[in-house]
Design a binder for this molecule. Structure first.
Ligand SMILES: *[C@@H]1O[C@H](CO)[C@@H](O)[C@H](O)[C@H]1NC(C)=O
Ligand SMILES: *[C@@H]1O[C@H](CO)[C@@H](O)[C@H](O)[C@H]1NC(C)=O
Ligand SMILES: *[C@@H]1O[C@H](CO)[C@@H](O)[C@H](O)[C@H]1NC(C)=O
Ligand SMILES: *[C@@H]1O[C@H](CO)[C@@H](O)[C@H](O)[C@H]1NC(C)=O
Ligand SMILES: *[C@@H]1O[C@H](CO)[C@@H](O)[C@H](O)[C@H]1NC(C)=O
Ligand SMILES: CC(=O)N[C@H]1CO[C@H](CO)[C@@H](O)[C@@H]1O
Length: 493
């Protein structure tokens, strides 16, 4: 889901339910002045410039660390098996919070950067889901700072706190997250309790360092990247509400899930915010629509959004290539319908070596009548700092996708036959069960141990490192230990 960072942005979040795909169509929303309430950090003394310097130091440190190999730290990687909910509407994984750790399902969302879960006092929008009870965790600390995040489809409201958070064999102590007591209807579908943002801190409403970013910056991962394989069930028969969703991996790419090279393109903006790639062109049944090299081509690559949204003018051009297509009316206003007997082959290019096809089954969002189908591209006229395009699962199901922190880039590769065979095949969905976690080593942030990498940054910046360190400490749990305990196969999958 792309989260609304500044005011007056219309964005999209589409968690379409199978039966009524239209009801959750994106709505323009306006939240004037909302940032003021979102962003109350306890130590809010850092300017953007300081953050910029800090981020640069982090990058340089990380580059040095990964380039030179690191003699004193154990790095690791992990996999989280995910679940495909409601025919490719959303994809969720599991994490555990607290002491003792309790598992929760969360949407894995590369389009936002906050972690939040429903709290036990949540009586709106989360009645039926598993809720976090802060009183039952001995490691919870209440930050007493209020939190609100606004997505295109609704908001989650609560307060910030810290606790130990674990996922895929990694644990981050003192992870800042929000315990929410009010969640817009339709944001959470049972059994999902919350959302794990996997974009960059720069767009976090909480201003907290995201879980993944703490891990990558501390060098906990074998490689500074994360990757997704998302399954397709939209065209399968007799599907369940929950089906196997593929996998999310941290710190490595799983070579049995893709073939050929990973085609990387630089992030459209080198300082990460969203995972932004620049669209170079789109082809529709062989007809090419070129894009200007400008902000209007920026696309958030977003696992948390179901469909693909883009500027009206280009969506019109796309459907102009599809004979018999007509703009939707009423609830379907931002969509197009087209004749179901048309096979639509759309490819997208992000300026890399290859362009990537979207399967006609993904393009065909649903059949409205015998001859009339609904297309998966919709009009999204974003404003302010929101990306012009949101490229969601409609696209991502067709590729192995890699979100690389350093060098900052997004990569796509062809799915392997093995990965493709997971489409539409009914097999059990992953279930989280708790296993023991061995906390092996505390991670090292720039000022500690790694003095040979110490930067020439100002005292302020160094101080800042420590502040962050105290906020979030990483514990890398070596995978071999975990495998031995069946941890991976049970809890984290
Ligand atoms: C944290 O403290 C605030 C203010 O006292 C309270 O409203 C909130 O419910 C607490 N959060 C949790 C998760 O206990
Ligand atoms: C890589 O993917 C294959 C196929 O899903 C799986 O069997 C294997 O366990 C994965 N490897 C890791 C390290 O997760
Ligand atoms: C889709 O179009 C692309 C580019 O025109 C082409 O290379 C590809 O083979 C087509 N795929 C299918 C399934 O027709
Ligand atoms: C598709 O169906 C329509 C009737 O709904 C028909 O007029 C048209 O010829 C068909 N097109 C193809 C390519 O079969
Ligand atoms: C740090 O400062 C020293 C001495 O002023 C200088 O030689 C060195 O190049 C600087 N390093 C960086 C990374 O700027
Ligand atoms: C729609 C789609 O791509 N389905 C694929 C799912 O996997 C099977 C088995 O590999 C393929 O034959 C289908 O094409």
């Amino acid at each position: 889901m792309v989260h609304l960072v500044y005011t007056s942005i219309s964005a999209s979040v589409l968690l379409l339910s199978v039966s009524v795909p239209i009801s959750a169509a994106p709505q323009a929303t306006s939240q004037n002045g909302q940032m003021a309430t979102l962003v109350r950090r306890r130590q809010g003394l850092h300017t953007d410039e300081e953050w910029g310097k800090w981020a640069k130091n982090q990058r340089d440190y990380l580059l040095a660390k990964y380039d030179q190999g690191n003699p004193y730290e154990k790095r690791s990687s992990g996999t989280n098996l995910i679940t495909n909910q409601n025919a490719d509407s959303s994809y969720f994984g599991s994490l555990a919070i607290g002491t003792p750790p309790k598992p929760y399902y969360v949407i894995l969302d590369t389009g936002s950067a906050d972690l939040w879960v429903a709290g036990d006092r949540c009586d709106q929008g989360c009645e039926s889901v598993e809720r976090y009870k802060s009183t039952e965790s001995s490691t919870f600390k209440n930050g007493t700072t209020s939190f609100k995040i606004q997505y295109g489809s609704g908001a989650a409201v609560g307060s910030l706190g810290t606790d130990i958070v674990q996922m895929a064999g990694f644990a981050v102590k003192n992870q800042v997250f929000a315990v929410c007591n009010e969640v817009s209807e339709n944001l959470l579908t049972n059994p999902v309790s919350g959302l794990m943002g996997l974009a960059f801190r720069a767009i976090a409403s909480s201003k907290a360092m995201p879980f993944w970013q703490t891990l990558v910056m501390s060098g906990a991962w074998d490689q500074p990247l994360m990757a997704f394989h998302l399954t397709r069930f939209v065209d399968a028969q007799n599907i369940q509400n929950e089906e196997p969703g593929g996998s999310f991996s941290m710190g490595f790419t799983n070579s049995s899930l893709y073939t050929g090279d990973i085609d990387y393109v630089d992030l459209a903006t080198p300082q990460g915010s969203y995972w932004l790639a620049s669209i170079h062109h789109i082809s529709v049944n062989g007809n090419i629509i070129n894009f200007p090299a400008s902000r209007t081509s920026y696309a958030a690559i977003d696992t948390g959004t179901t469909l693909i949204g883009g500027p009206s003018a280009i969506i019109d051009q796309i459907f102009a290539q599809i004979p018999g297509s007509t703009p939707g009316k009423g609830d379907m206003e931002t969509y197009y319908t087209y004749p179901c007997n048309t096979t639509v082959n759309i490819t997208m290019s992000f300026g890399g070596k290859q362009s990537w096809s979207i399967s006609p089954s993904d393009f065909q969002l649903t059949r409205l009548s015998k001859n009339q189908c609904l297309g998966a591209f919709f009009k999204l006229d974003s404003q302010g700092s929101a990306p012009s395009w949101i490229v969601g699962d409609t696209f991502l199901k067709n590729v192995y996708s890699v979100f690389r922190y350093s060098p900052p880039s997004i990569g796509f590769a062809r799915l392997s036959d093995f990965a493709l065979a997971e489409n539409g095949s009914n097999s059990p969905t992953p279930t989280p069960t708790l296993g023991p976690v061995t906390t092996v080593s505390a991670s090292i942030m720039p000022d500690r141990g790694g003095s040979k990498h110490s930067s020439n940054g100002s005292h302020t910046i160094k101080h800042h490192h420590r502040e962050l360190l105290s906020q979030a400490t990483v514990i890398a749990v070596p995978i071999f230990v975990l495998s031995a305990m069946s941890f991976l196969t049970n809890f984290l999958l």
